[in-house]
Design a protein around this ligand. Sequence first.
Ligand code: ADP
Length: 261
Amino acid sequence: TEGQLRQAQKMEAVGQLTGGLAHDFNNLLTAVNGGLELLEHRINAGQYDKLDRYMTMARTGAQRAAALTQRLLAFSRRQTLAPTATDTGVLVAGMIDIIDRTLGPEIELSVETGRELWPVLVDAPQLENALLNLCINARDAMPDGGRLAIATENVVVAAGTPGHDLPAGEYVALHVTDTGTGMSSEVIERVFDPFFTTKPIGEGTGLGLSMIYGFVRQSGGQVQVRSVVDEGTTMSLFLPRLVGPQATHALPSSPMPRADE
Ligand code: ADP
């Protein structure tokens, strides 16, 4: 059946991915071991020049390996999150520059962060990553340019509110709206599946939204998609309001240090 075929293709993709990762990881370990061996050798021989070079070689390898496992953990949705009381509006504001640069000149960016946003308990760097990923998806859906709007707001969901599959409660919502291609209902249905992508081979991994989904669910929240073909898409992250003593000192998050994702 088509479902089995899809499953088989997925397994093949998983095999390729894990094979590739094992290979990368092994290369990094080789660099670490090599650096350490050279260090040992020189120290034993009483030659203390070039030590820092070999040290750097080992350290860089180890750091890259750590980053690689971090990505794997994110994918398996078993990463250890470090949630802190976070002001989503401040987090968004800190990301505007990098998002603007990512979007390029053809896409007009507007940002509206609600006033007196409730704090949420979330791993801030992960939320920054999620936001950037949503913006990259939006950009890719607007090859000829368009508009991207980021908005945050407090949302109260009463039991049985129509149009919401959210459990009743108080949330801070982060919406990313684009005027791009939109998605058919077939695409919407599969958008959170790992490895589902409509992008050309080498451009899309199909992991972005599945990771975001895993992260948001692990944070107690929900992800919502609204999309109309040829009109655009709104991706919304709903994060539960943080209440209690922690909520009184929500810390502004530090801006994201890297621009490579
Ligand atoms: P990738 O971006 O690597 O394809 P994602 O999991 O982030 O992986 O997205 C999966 C698919 O969902 C994309 O290939 C695209 O078809 C669709 N998609 C995601 N975001 C949007 C968007 N804003 N507009 C239109 N399609 C989108």
